[in-house]
Design a protein around this ligand. Structure first.
Ligand SMILES: Nc1nc2c(ncn2[C@@H]2O[C@H](COP(=O)(O)OP(=O)(O)OP(=O)(O)O)[C@@H](O)[C@H]2O)c(=O)[nH]1
Length: 238
């Protein structure tokens, strides 16, 4: 990656355990890692080269740590980002969590496996909502990073496929919220790969559209007809 130019800085934001690292893993390496949950410390960076039509676009993806302990660091990583993928998870009912929590406990190398169990449980069973945390990041980005396009991402959709009653964040409520903040909404599964490529492809396509629009306005002035597109519209305000 050294010397390679990154076209689009993308930052992954969202509560711990929501599935940000898994999303990046699925997109970049097309794999879903099973095993004990390993929280991100600080942030991780990866770049991926992709095509949009006849253009080559390099996404530079910063995967931040979801733990509130690292909140100040996440702020450093979203500076100058052109796109933010803000993740929220559907809260799921206890059978799945018990399974996940159990895995964390059994597989842990920790000398105190019960501490590990309690830690994992507190992240979902007693957690109010990762959606609230997503809103927190959206608010920050809106006020501090106006040039950053936001993509809301509902993760772990495979868990819902198993049982629709597990849905805790209503899709239509989120869609309304996404419309209000002019964000695009995706529901993904890193386990099955559902909509993961589409999400990152959209990020790159939007970058190419905006770059083309900027070139056009620099050369020929603004075509007001283009402002019917909400993405161009918000772009014109930056
Ligand atoms: N079933 C299912 N589990 C998932 C999915 N994505 C992530 N997970 C699981 O959820 C747990 C947390 O995933 P991570 O990707 O590490 O979460 P994160 O948001 O990066 O967490 P932090 O690094 O703490 O911020 C792991 O045990 C994953 O295997 C998914 O799409 N489906």
């Amino acid at each position: 990656m050294s010397g390679q130019r990154v076209d689009v800085k993308v930052v992954m934001l969202g509560k711990e355990y929501v599935g940000k690292t898994s999303l990046v893993e699925r997109y970049v390496h097309d794999r879903f890692l099973v095993g004990p949950y390993q929280n991100t410390i600080g942030a991780a960076f990866v770049a991926k080269v992709m095509s949009v039509g006849d253009r080559t676009v390099t996404l530079g993806i910063w995967d931040t740590a979801g733990s509130e302990r690292y909140e100040a660091m996440s702020r450093i990583y979203y500076r100058g980002a052109k796109a933010a993928i803000v993740c929220y998870g559907k809260r799921v009912s206890s059978p799945v969590l018990e399974q996940e929590v159990g895995c964390a406990r059994l597989a842990s190398d920790s000398p105190s496996p019960w501490l590990c169990l309690l830690h994992a449980a507190s992240q979902d069973l007693t957690d109010s909502s990762s959606f609230e945390r997503a809103k927190f990041w959206v608010k920050e980005l809106r006020s501090l990073e106006e040039g950053c396009q936001i993509y809301l991402c509902g993760t772990k959709s495979d868990l819902l496929e198993e049982d629709r009653r597990r849905r805790r964040v209503d899709f239509h409520d989120v869609q309304d919220y996404a419309d209000n903040i002019k964000a695009q909404l995706f529901e993904t599964s890193s386990k099955t790969g559902q909509s993961v490529d589409e999400l990152f492809q959209k990020v790159a396509e939007d970058y190419v559209s905006v770059a083309a629009f900027q070139e056009m306005t620099e050369d020929k002035g603004v075509d007001l007809g283009q402002k019917a597109n909400p993405y161009f519209y918000s772009c014109c305000h930056h």
